[in-house]
Write a protein that binds this ligand. Structure first.
Ligand SMILES: Cc1ncc(COP(=O)(O)O)c(C=O)c1O
Length: 275
C-alpha cells in the first residue's frame, strides 16, 4: 500500500493491523508536493491501494488536479484502489478548491472516499464518519463495520441530521473564521522562527523548526509545553517510527481567546531565544 509521508498518525498502525506493507512516498517541504517519478517507482504489480488525504493533515496541503491526475493514471495503469480521506474537505482557503479523486475520469469505480463530521461541525469525539464506495468494496466495508463497531450511537446520529441540514452560509462562515484564525496565528509563529508555506487547507500550521537550534522536534515540543504551557504536536508523530525530524504542528481550531493567549506565549518564547 502506498502512503504519503508525513501522514495522519493513525494510518501507520492502521496499515499494520490490516497486514499491509507500506511503501512511502515523500511530500517535500516547503510545498509539500510529491515527485511524480518517485510516485511512479512506488507502484508495482503487488500494489493493492494508495492512501490519499486531501486537504492534508499535518501539512495543510490541498492536492491540485494535476497531482490527482498523476495518481489516477497510475492507479488505472496498475489496477490499484484509491482510498481517500477527505475529512477536511470544507476547510480550504485563499480560493483553493478541494477535488475528490473519485471525480477524476476512470476513478469512480476504484475509489473509496472517506469523510466524517468531527472536523466540519466541531464534534471530534462523536466518532461519526462515512464512506462512499462502489458496491464491490462497500459490501466488505459494511461487514467489517457491523462486526467491529456495530453502529455509531443513534442519539448522536439523530443530532448529526441537524448539522447536515445547515445552510451553505454555515460553511462560508466556518471557512472565513478559520482563515482569520490561521492568519492571526501564522504571523506570530513565523516571527518566532518557525518556517512554513502558508497552508491552503485544514486547521494546522506544519512548521520547520530546524533553525531554532534544538536537536529534534521532541525537544522543542517538550520545551514549549513545560516552560510555556503551549501544546503543539511534534512532527515525528507524522512519520514512520525512527525518522528524526524537526517539525512542529500548531492547531488553530481554538477560540479567539486561546489564539491570543498562544500569541503571548510564543512572544515570550521568542524573547527567551534572544537572551
Ligand atoms: C486526516 C484525518 N482523518 C481522520 C481523522 C479522524 O477523525 P474522527 O476520528 O474525529 O472522525 C482525523 C483526526 O484528526 C484526521 O486528521
Amino acid at each position: 500500500m502506498i502512503i504519503f509521508e508525513p501522514f495522519y498518525e493513525n494510518y501507520h498502525p492502521n496499515l499494520m493491523i490490516a497486514g499491509a506493507k507500506p511503501r512511502y512516498v515523500q511530500l517535500k517541504a516547503p510545498d509539500w508536493t510529491f515527485d511524480p517519478e518517485e510516485l511512479k517507482r512506488a507502484f508495482n504489480k503487488r500494489t493493492r491501494a494508495i492512501l490519499i488525504n486531501t486537504p492534508h493533515n499535518p501539512t495543510g496541503r490541498v492536492f491540485n488536479k494535476r497531482e490527482l491526475q498523476t495518481i489516477a493514471e497510475l492507479c488505472q495503469k496498475w489496477g490499484v484502489v484509491a482510498i481517500t480521506d477527505e475529512i477536511y474537505e470544507y476547510m480550504v482557503y485563499d480560493g483553493a478548491k478541494h477535488i475528490s479523486i473519485a471525480t477524476i475520469d476512470g476513478m469512480k469505480d476504484r475509489t473509496i472516499t472517506i469523510s466524517g463530521l468531527s472536523k466540519t461541525f466541531g464534534i471530534t469525539g462523536w466518532r461519526l464518519g462515512y464512506a462512499v464506495a462502489p458496491p464491490k468494496y462497500s459490501a466488505a466495508l459494511r461487514r467489517v463495520h457491523d462486526y467491529l463497531t456495530l453502529a455509531a450511537p443513534s442519539p448522536l446520529q439523530i443530532a448529526a441530521i441537524t448539522a447536515l441540514k445547515l445552510p451553505d452560509a454555515f460553511y462560508a462562515d466556518m471557512r472565513a473564521n478559520y482563515q482569520a484564525q490561521r492568519d492571526l496565528l501564522a504571523g506570530v509563529v513565523r516571527k518566532s522562527g518557525f518556517n512554513f508555506r502558508m497552508p491552503e487547507g485544514t486547521y494546522y500550521l506544519f512548521t520547520d523548526a530546524s533553525k531554532l537550534g534544538f536537536d529534534c522536534d521532541r525537544e522543542i515540543w517538550e520545551h514549549l509545553l513545560s516552560d510555556f504551557k503551549l501544546a503543539t504536536i511534534a512532527g515525528y508523530c507524522f512519520f514512520r517510527p525512527g525518522v528524526k525530524t524537526n517539525f512542529i504542528r500548531f492547531c488553530y481550531a481554538k477560540s479567539h481567546g486561546t489564539i491570543l493567549a498562544a500569541q503571548e506565549k510564543l512572544e515570550q518564547f521568542r524573547q527567551s531565544r534572544e537572551q
